[in-house]
Design a protein. Sequence first.
Length: 160
Amino acid sequence: MIDNSINGELDLYIKKNLILIKDKAKSNEEIIKKLGSLLYNQGFVKDTYIDAVLEREKVFPTGIETKVTGIAIPHTDSIHVSRSAIAIATLHTPITFEAMGYPGKVVDNVEIVMLLALKDPKKVMDVIRLIMGIFTSESTLNSLLHASNTEQLEQILINR
């Protein structure tokens, strides 16, 4: 199952077939649906997953401002997940997500979205910490933004 993993202990599947490069989504809802469809079509999540992520995003938004760009890490409860994986998109044009932990504030320059599908609810905080570690590295963020194909982005995450 861990064909490629950004951290083997967390059993997170990351593979080029779950990556979109310079996607032209125009809203957070559109990119969540696109990435969620990748996860669903490959058997990682249940048919309830996308709607559950969209509903959770309304209550617990996931936009985060970094020195390089805005990012978002939408996710939902593990009951909607069959196997753990992460779907990732870099965006052609930045979109808006509401800011995590700051009601009413928006992050209007989101260019990287990591949609989490986590089967084990006990690992959520470990995964969030791992991802935040990735996003605190300006060089890694710049590399992700400039990746020209799915293989390159996959390798950046695996080898970071």
